[in-house]
Design a protein around this ligand. Structure first.
Ligand code: NAP
Length: 265
């Protein structure tokens, strides 16, 4: 039985911080061109992973590619793709390409999201509702279903979804974004229970909490960004959760802020 709750004081991130902690792991990251996804791509590459990077803006992915080439011996595969257009067929095509290249998949970090409008449910535009649900939730389901068979060959498979505080307790004017994150939590919990006894795949949600990024600036334009942690500050925890060291946990909604150094000291 895996642990389904956690005490941050009992978790030691240090073992996972060596350069080889993700050696030869094959990991897909969505939203890898910017913010938290970009930081994860750089960190996982430094830890030895082979990466498949999905993002909307090709030039941003290419910039991440150049950075990874400079810090690691691996070369990521770039998949510029608008997740608003992703179908289950596309996800299966991605699986075929990864199988051909690597033969398996060890990690899936479902990180890409859009904020949508911050307005009341009474006024929320229906077309935007659909876009937010497609990018934040449906694309995560398609990629999970499409890539799951490849992950069955992994020793320590990880599917990590990204949520938010507004996906745990409803908050006025957060509209489709909040609802998509509630649904993401439900998808993760359902999947975690299904996979618990039938595979070594472990499934989690991470809530990064307020973190300096374009999305955060869009959501809180009056906030001083220098008061927020950087995406890179969360990476010791992201790396730990992606690594074999976290195998004893499953189905957890984590708060990344619990693992920031000043929070635990
Ligand atoms: P960000 O800087 O805006 O990054 C989001 C990434 O997702 C970008 O690389 C973006 O690509 C990509 N993306 C958006 N729509 C896409 C689409 N249709 N197709 C493909 N890629 C798409 O945001 P972030 O703060 O790093 O957010 C990362 C995750 O953390 C999200 O799931 C967010 O909900 C969650 N989160 C963040 C905070 C925070 O304070 N930052 C708090 C709670 C939760 P482009 O750059 O090319 O547009």
């Amino acid at each position: 039985m895996n642990a389904t709750t956690y005490d941050p004081k009992q978790i030691d991130l240090n073992n996972a911080q060596t350069d080889g902690a993700l050696k030869d792991a094959v990991i897909v990251i969505t939203g890898a061109g910017d913010g938290i996804g970009r930081a994860a791509a750089l960190d996982f590459a430094r830890a030895g992973a082979h990466l498949v990077l999905i993002g909307r803006t090709q030039s941003k992915l290419e910039a991440v590619y150049d950075e990874i080439e400079a810090i690691s011996s691996t070369q990521p595969i770039l998949l510029p793709f608008d997740l608003n257009e992703l179908s289950i067929d596309n996800a299966q095509d991605i699986a075929v390409a990864i199988e051909r290249e690597f033969g398996r998949l060890d990690g899936l970090l479902l990180n890409a999201s859009v904020l949508g409008s911050k307005m009341s449910i009474a006024q929320y535009p229906a077309n935007q509702w659909q876009e937010v649900m497609q990018v934040n939730l449906n694309s995560a389901f398609y990629l999970t279903q499409g890539l799951l068979p490849l992950m069955q060959h992994s020793e320590n498979g990880r599917i990590i979804f990204t949520t938010s505080s507004v996906g745990r307790r409803g908050r006025a004017y957060w509209g489709a974004y909040a609802v998509s994150k509630f649904a993401t939590e439900g998808l993760m919990q359902t999947l975690a229970e299904e996979l618990e006894n039938t595979s070594r795949i472990r499934t989690h949600c991470i809530n990064p909490g307020g973190t300096r990024s374009n999305m955060r600036a869009l959501a809180y334009p009056a906030e001083d960004p220098t008061k927020l942690p950087l995406p890179a500050d969360h990476m010791p925890f992201y790396r730990y959760l992606m690594s074999a060291y976290s195998q004893a946990y499953n189905g957890i909604s984590w708060d990344a802020r619990d693992f920031l150094p000043d929070v635990n000291s």
